[in-house]
Design a protein around this ligand. Structure first.
Ligand code: ZN
Length: 172
């Protein structure tokens, strides 16, 4: 067996910027100092292209920085009405759903197996009752994903809150 030698690079960059945020919900403009953190990833096999992989990870991290800043301010929510930017909110919800699917696999995987078994049973039998059982077997997994996604979303929102300092907050 040939061992696979893989070198991975992870770059993290952070930036802080002064911005003016215009709320889409109440149209109030607020000044803020916002921070964003972006990560990039590069990979080299058998020590080939290590320099390039390192550069790739750094480039990727730098390229993601504007989006990271937009996410911070968009998810922090308007200081006047509390509304989050709809676009950033939607993006955060999708990524939370994805994180929810991967969260706590020792709970999620057994529930997923139950759901798959239930669907398999429903497809095999194809009676109304079997379809009812199949649907019922889906519920624990769906509830689990919903809870995990909500948890992930709140974490994202909380992180965004910490990365934004509104002008009003610095006074007093
Ligand atoms: Zn607002």
């Amino acid at each position: 067996m040939i061992p696979i030698v893989k070198q991975t690079y992870l770059s993290t960059v952070a930036a802080t910027e002064r911005v003016t945020y215009r709320c889409a919900a109440c149209a109030v403009e607020s000044g803020a100092v916002v921070s964003g953190v972006s990560q990039g990833y590069g990979e080299a096999m058998y020590f080939v292209g290590m320099k390039q992989a390192e550069r790739e990870s750094a480039d990727q991290a730098a390229a993601g920085l504007p989006a990271a800043l937009r996410r911070s301010i968009g998810l922090a929510g308007c200081p006047k009405c509390g509304a989050r930017d709809p676009h950033e909110r939607r993006k955060a919800m999708w990524s939370s759903l994805f994180r929810g699917l991967l969260a706590w696999p020792w709970v999620g995987v057994p529930l997923l197996l139950i759901a798959i078994a239930g669907i398999g049973y429903a497809v095999d039998e194809l009676t109304l009752q079997a379809i009812g059982y199949g649907a019922a077997a889906l519920i624990p997994f769906a509830v689990f994903v919903a809870i995990a996604a909500r948890f992930a979303y709140r974490k994202l929102a909380r992180e965004a809150n910490m990365l934004v300092v509104w002008d009003d907050e610095t006074v007093g």
